[in-house]
Design a protein around this ligand. Structure first.
Ligand code: PPS
Length: 294
């Protein structure tokens, strides 16, 4: 399905932001040289990307943990497909940390050969939708939806940046055998941040002392990140993110969808997502007071 407006362009079945990337660059990523020590964080937008970028930066950079270095997350864990700061990725020292919203089939082939490690973070799609809707209002280059209903229809049809949530999550999960990959959910991070950080450390083979671990957990809470300019996109130019129209770290919880979606909207959402969600082995928690699915 073609996206409706030119704020997105579709390349090989996936919607990108035109002012930040070209089709040629995306194609060139197939041969982007991967190192065994690289770490890739992959998400559908609004699923906990910046949160996990922060955690990765804290795990790998002592100067971030102890506050002696002041580096934006965009420079610590830059986007692979959106090289906003025009960094020279090739000459970055190892271990390189990257973030990406790419679908499984557009990532460098070195990743599919199980070189490097991939962390995939997924979030329940109703909270993703609501977070995304609010984000489009502050993201200057995005087309602002007339209303929530309008945005929900686009989201359900995959007519947003990064296309369809279902395609993204299903695709990565179905191909997990091709990658050296850890799946996490936003909800498990929210419910037990310490255990989630431990899971990430174990996967990455990083041994932190108890104090270091505690420092990572402390600095990765919503309240700390909300006031950390490195973590909340405060330094983003106003022609990209309009801080007067909202906050990047907005609510940071599970179940905020209930505050905006009507019963009819929720039912409409379910009617489109239900069957494929039921078949997805990844299970989600839909409310902060609910237990995590076992
Ligand atoms: S993006 O634009 O794709 O990079 O957005 P992303 O970072 O994936 O998602 C933004 C949402 O993640 C929430 N967030 C957090 N929640 C809980 N704890 C922490 N520490 C945290 N950091 C970021 C952020 O608030 C956005 O969710 P909403 O629901 O809009 O608050």
């Amino acid at each position: 399905m073609q996206p409706p407006k030119d704020y997105i362009f579709n390349h090989k079945g996936f919607n990108f932001q035109p002012d930040l990337v070209t089709a040629e660059y995306i194609d060139s990523l197939e041969d982007f040289e991967i190192r065994d020590s690289d770490v890739f964080l992959v998400t559908f937008p609004k699923s906990g990307t910046v949160w996990t970028q922060n955690i990765l930066s804290l795990i790998y950079h002592e100067g971030h943990r102890d506050g002696t270095e002041d580096t934006d997350l965009m420079d610590r864990v830059p986007w692979l497909e959106y090289n906003i700061r025009s960094m020279d990725y090739i000459s970055r020292p190892s271990p390189r940390l990257f973030a990406a919203h790419l679908p499984y089939y557009l990532v460098p082939k070195g990743l599919r050969n199980k070189r490097a490690k991939v962390i995939y973070v997924a979030r329940n799609p109703k909270d993703v939708l609501v977070s995304y809707y609010h984000f489009t209002r502050m993201a200057v280059k995005f087309e602002t939806a007339e209303n929530f209903d309008d945005f929900m229809e686009r989201f359900l049809a995959g007519e947003v940046l990064a296309s369809s949530w279902l395609d993204h999550v299903e695709g990565w999960y179905a191909h997990k055998g091709d990658f050296n990959i850890l799946f996490l959910t936003y909800e498990e991070m929210k419910k037990d941040l310490r255990n989630s950080v431990l899971k990430i450390c174990t996967f990455l083979g990083k041994k932190l002392t108890e104090d270091e671990l505690q420092a990572v957990v402390d600095k990765a809470t919503f309240d700390k990140m909300r006031v950390d300019p490195r973590a909340n996109y405060e330094h983003m130019p106003a022609d990209i993110l309009d801080q007067d129209k909202g906050r990047f770290l907005r609510k940071g919880t599970i179940g905020d969808w209930k505050n905006i979606m009507t019963v009819a909207q929720s039912e409409r959402f379910d009617s489109v997502f239900k069957e494929r969600l039921q078949n997805l082995p990844l299970k989600f928690c839909w409310d902060i007071n609910e237990d995590l699915p076992s």
